[in-house]
Design a protein around this ligand. Sequence first.
Ligand code: FES
Ligand SMILES: [Fe+2]
Length: 468
Amino acid sequence: MTKVTADIYTGLEHRSDGPADRPHPSLQEIYESDKIAPPAHMREESRIDMGNEDIPIERYFSKEYHDKEVEKVWRRTWQWACRLEDIPDVGSHIVYNIVHDSLIVVRTGPGPKDIKAYINACLHRGTMLRKEGGCVKKFRCPFHGFTWALDGTLDHIPEAWDFQHVDWKEFSLPEAKVDTWGGFVFINFDQDCEDLLSYLEILPEHFADYDLENRYKAIHVAKIMPCNWKLSAEAFVEAYHVPYAHPQSLPYYGDSNTQYDTYPGVRHINRMISAQGVPSPAVPDTDPEKTRTLMERDIPFYKSSDPVVEGQSPRERFAEVARKKISAASKRDVSQVSDTVALDLIQYTVFPNFVPYGGLGLSAGYRFRPYGDDPERSIMEIYFLFPKAEDGSHPPAPRTVWLTEDEDWSTVEALGSSAMVIDQDTDNLKRIQKGLRTTRKPGATLASYQESRIRHFHKTLDAYMAAD
Ligand code: FES
Ligand SMILES: [Fe+2]
């Protein structure tokens, strides 16, 4: 039954149903004929009425807005910095750069929480201590050799007789906050920030069955994108663009019946779920055989040598194939996992810039951030997590593959067919950035429902930008 209440956070109306005029079947209607029912949180719909005001476009190119974002967003929010497997040994570290700031995120001991994030600048005259990740016993500045131990304490000053005015206890490397969840290492520059677990709100509960700790990062690709970081992110959190930007997926992807969820009182997290193995509501009479063969062509994971069963829908078949393949790869019995958890695209936003997929079929995600100090360029990253072996072992995390602005995603073979889809989006993003510079219209107009995750993001962004 539909519930209508006021959102405790925004004071706006909250509803537990979808828009009356949306196309059918809705995701919830698709679930009704699934063989294994979804978990409770996926049987629910949740949407907050956030109004329909245009989004001012200066925030996509103004240097002034970008500079304020550095202070109000990048220096105050939890950001995914790396995976635990990126820093496996004591001394292993990565460098996380965000606009002007740079952190060394390092494993300082064998325990799960023995991780520190140091401001990446020498306390002598400011030289960046590390340009990139690696594994070291100490951090030695390349300029004059000041050296710090892994625990951040000052270890050595060359010709210390000349620095009798330095108090060694005061010369430890300054730190940012660090915490972990699901095998992800997060950082926050704000010493007074809320705990990571509280910041993640409903995410840990929704991801409880996805076992991300027992996965390892197998593929990681980064690319310089020709647009503001928010435009990059926004292109990947709605399916409204899919019929026009990616028409190849119409026969097997539930685009316009994607479910979008924004939750009362929840600031940093939102969600969408798109059904796979069903035709788009735009082409409802698609021959099931066409749905099956085209989905297998574009997403070879769903290919199987099992004979096609008479009368079995493509969705039912793909859920079975996915359960079998995931069971084999993860050495876990997932034969009782719901069709949607095995098969569908279940995607969350973690404000400001982390977009992980839930479910067991596609364990992947995106990260978006400015490229250096340029509001019209960004870094977009994609990772894929694979199941670890039964004993927890796994291949070492790969080095990130970096693509320049001119290199296509499809030059990276490991990305498979998803690369072509993201290249289609990248072409559009270049046009959006240019179009926003030429338009005389001061705001972007959003769909009430299908672009509600974008609006939710901007509501939270506005709240951070307005905070003292
Ligand atoms: S700047 Fe680092 S030792 Fe001099
Ligand atoms: Fe897209």
